[in-house]
Design a protein around this ligand. Structure first.
Ligand code: FAD
Ligand code: NAI
Length: 478
């Protein structure tokens, strides 16, 4: 029997499940299809995609556990708290992480039931078109279903990029999935790629005792961040013991009896062999479009494998949209979610849009890094006249009280209009602090708006206000 829906969402990651919920709220009949490659003990697909199963949520659980361990072992001594023989039970830490993931993924099952969304279990591929809509085949483990939907939202996400001569087995040489499941802290950990995953996962296992070497092909560190933040981060991470080697070329990685070896050439052309117990490969991600049979609805991917879409995530095929990691733009869960909401509201005749300019970025290292808007180097290359203000966390009483006073906030504003152009943070709780800056940019606020807003005392958010005041050289506490 062929099932018919107003909206079929392919993929139940943060893009897909949020699109499905919003479409259901708006009165559409909605199905969401998920084949789910993640372990599932009850035979149900695990919803939530990369983010919940092998990305944001499990990684941040490990970040929290490893930070707690490092605080008790090292940092709490300054508070007068001495703890001898601190140990960590990695199995319990992993169980805690898995419990959080299970709670979150089953929460989506509940939300689907609440919003009367039909969950279809299987892998979707396009089968063509009829007068009633788009035909999609859903292949389950043992059966096959046919769906006709007036609108289809492709939210199939992404998977780790591979590099030649480094074969991931997720035992010794791991991508994010394997690296989130280590059963003990490796003594020596190699990481290929000093991007977001490399830094977050590398920091987790460093805090838990691994000697970590990060091999990065680019000659500069964290090139997408503001250069002053990258400089500060590089200094802090190296002081923490992360060995970061820039400008390398990776040769062959081999699994040996005792671990893994990686051959690489350094920026001077000298050849090296890194020996480690485990190797993490985190060199970017590529969109998931294989087996979708896009050509059956007249679509094809671009040269990098993404599905081409317009500003409203509409593809070239009528009634077919694509959102999240499978389309252009940053691969971020909140970007996927916002695009999902936008498409659902568009289908309901509303006039939504996603403002990519006010979309925040966060890297969950210690300290955290977060930013929104333009970097100083981008403004310079655009020839834009701007003013900058900066305030260190070391001037803030709350940061000192917390024992977490590294880093600073830098604010950039237009030299004439004072419109906020970018905010860059390296410091404690940057992931939460940046929300104020995103909101301000969404409202096209001036730096003076932040400077004139009363902030709670004592709080880290006062550093935001001081950075705004510093733009006009009237900071009060530095
Ligand atoms: P996905 O989450 O990848 O979901 C796609 C879903 O589609 C999957 O469940 C897949 O099984 C399903 N699917 C694929 N093909 C089909 C098909 N043919 N039929 C049916 N189902 C299909 N982002 C942040 O914003 N903050 C973070 O802190 C963060 N941390 C991360 C940490 C790691 C280790 C990783 C790997 C990523 C992280 N990300 C983070 C990125 C974030 O996870 C992704 O941007 C986000 O998950 C993308 O959402 P999506 O819905 O587009 O795709
Ligand atoms: P990334 O794009 O952040 O970093 C990849 C790094 O690998 C880059 O620095 C790149 O120059 C380097 N690289 C590429 N090829 C290489 C090679 N052959 N040898 C050595 N280095 C090489 O990608 P990453 O870390 O894999 O993460 C994927 C995506 O997941 C990110 O783009 C991000 O959007 C998302 N993510 C987001 C997080 C967050 O928001 N906090 C956390 C983790 C992931």
């Amino acid at each position: 029997m062929t099932m018919q829906f107003d909206v079929l969402v392919i993929g139940a990651g943060p893009g897909g499940y949020i699109a499905a919920i919003r479409a259901a709220q708006l009165g559409f009949s909605v199905a969401c299809c998920e084949f789910n490659p993640y372990d599932s003990s009850d035979g149900q697909p695990r919803l939530g995609g990369t983010c919940l199963n092998a990305g944001c949520i499990p990684l941040k659980a490990l970040v929290a556990s490893s930070e707690a361990y490092e605080n008790v072992s090292l940092n709490y001594a300054a508070h007068g708290i001495d703890a001898d023989c601190v140990s960590i039970d990695i199995a319990r830490m992993q169980q805690r992480k898995d419990d959080i993931v299970t709670k979150m993924t089953s929460g989506i099952q509940f939300l689907f039931r609440k919003n009367k969304i039909t969950l279809l279990k299987g892998r979707a591929s396009f089968a063509g078109r009829t007068e009633e809509g788009v035909r999609v085949t859903i292949r389950g483990k043992s059966d096959q279903e046919e769906v006709i939907a007036k609108n289809v939202i492709i939210a199939t996400g992404s998977k780790p990029r591979e590099i030649p001569n480094v074969k991931v087995d997720n035992v010794s040489i791991c991508d994010n999935e394997g690296a989130l499941k280590f059963t003990e802290a490796p003594k020596k950990l190699g990481v290929i790629g000093a991007g977001v995953i490399g830094l977050e996962l590398g920091s987790v296992w460093r805090r838990l005792g691994a000697e970590v070497t990060v091999l990065e092909v680019m000659p500069s560190f964290l090139a997408s961040a503001d250069e002053s933040i990258s400089r500060e981060a590089s200094k802090i991470f190296q002081k923490q013991g992360l060995h970061i080697k820039l400008g390398v070329r990776i040769g062959q990685a081999k699994v040996t009896d005792s671990g893994v070896t990686v051959a690489y050439t350094d920026d001077q052309g000298a050849e090296h062999l890194l020996e480690c117990d485990k190797l993490i490969v985190s060199v970017g991600r590529v969109p998931n479009t294989e087996q979708l049979d896009l050509e059956k609805v007249g679509l094809q991917t671009d040269e990098r494998g993404f599905i081409p879409v317009n500003a409203h995530c509409a593809t070239a095929a009528p009634g077919i949209y694509a959102i999240g990691d499978v389309v252009r733009g940053p691969m971020l869960a909140h970007k996927a979610e916002d695009e999902g909401v936008m498409v659902a509201e568009l289908l309901a005749g509303q006039k939504p849009h996603v403002n990519y300019e006010s979309m925040p970025w966060v890297i969950y290292t210690t300290p955290e890094i977060a930013w929104v808007g333009k970097t100083e180097q981008q403004l310079r290359s655009e020839g834009r006249d701007y003013k900058a203000g900066q305030c260190p966390f070391s001037a803030n009483g709350r940061a000192l009280g917390l024992g977490d006073a590294q880093g600073f906030i830098k604010m950039l504003a237009d030299a004439k209009t004072d419109e906020l152009l970018g905010v860059h943070i390296i410091g404690a709780d940057a992931s939460d602090l940046i929300a104020e800056a995103s909101l301000a940019m969404e409202f096209r606020a001036a730096s003076e708006d932040i400077a004139r807003t009363c902030h709670p005392h004592p709080s880290l958010s006062e550093v935001m206000r001081e950075a705004a005041l510093a733009i006009d050289k009237r900071a009060l506490n530095i």
